[in-house]
Write a new protein. Structure first.
Length: 262
């Protein structure tokens, strides 16, 4: 990707550049309609802690509250079928599929920090660790419910999430995943971007586009396959009470950041 970004490009006429920008804008608008972020009114809520991974012996965790989170549209704007929405909105699934208002199954969380008021990327990274693990665990729960397999048989690449930590001078992208081998939730450094460098801005845009393409591709396919397998509802859902979801067994966790250890 770095070689591609730095490779020379042939000069084009102004008219050609405008046409290309119009095509890119139209494509981005089509993609944007298939997502929903938490910037709408009343959507800036805490994530529910029921889907937050933790050791059963650990004290209650603080609820994550990312500044923004991006997922699939919910309620009337949902692109899922009627049957898929019934699964997403089932009381057993709701803490995992819609941890907060604004969207369904978020996969990208954003933490914004203002340095003049004391905000730092270090704080943002620690907050993103919890939010990212929450998104990963929710996706793993859905896949596990649909396949009736053990948690450890769900490979890391099937449940990924991303986070962006942003200050006025820098943005840092991380990927979140669960390792069945170590039984840990990982937060791994991907790249960082300087808003004053046009090449970094281009690189950041490209990486975000790749994340959105993944969310509309492999991830959405896995979600729809899981929802299809869960309708009609599994028998064990009928016998469960909402309170039992809180006690759902989750692996012992330790948020580890590969990028920060370097």
């Amino acid at each position: 990707m770095t070689a591609h970004l730095h490779s020379p490009t042939p000069s084009r006429s102004l008219e050609r550049k405008i046409l290309e920008l119009d095509c890119v804008t139209a494509e981005n608008d089509r993609k944007r309609a298939r997502f929903a972020d938490s910037s709408q009114p009343l959507a800036d809520w805490l994530f529910g802690i029921e889907a937050f991974p933790r050791a059963l012996s650990a004290p209650p965790s603080f609820a994550p509250k990312p500044d923004r989170h991006v997922g699939y549209p919910a309620s009337r704007k949902s692109k899922f079928t009627k049957e898929e929405n019934l699964v997403l909105n089932h009381p057993i699934a709701l803490p995992y599929t819609q941890p907060a208002l604004g969207n369904t199954l978020p996969f990208l969380v954003i933490e914004l920090k203002a340095e003049p008021t004391g905000g730092t990327l270090w704080h943002a990274e620690n907050q993103a660790a919890g939010s990212g693990a929450h998104c990963v665990n929710s996706m793993r729960w859905l896949l596990q419910q649909a396949s009736s397999v053990s948690d450890d048989s769900i490979t890391s690449e099937k449940a990924l999430a991303f986070s962006m930590c942003i200050s006025a001078r820098q943005a840092v992208l991380y990927i979140h995943f669960y390792s069945p081998q170590t039984k840990l939730y990982w937060m791994s450094f991907v790249d960082c971007y300087m808003p004053t460098d046009p090449r970094d801005v281009q690189k950041c845009n490209r990486h975000v586009q790749n994340i959105l393409d993944y969310a509309l591709g492999d991830r959405l396919t896995a979600v729809k396959d899981a929802l299809g397998a869960l309708f009609p509802y599994p028998e064990n859902w009928s016998n469960k009470k909402r309170a039992s979801v809180t006690g759902h067994s989750t692996p012992a966790t330790s948020f580890t950041n590969e990028g920060l250890k370097q």
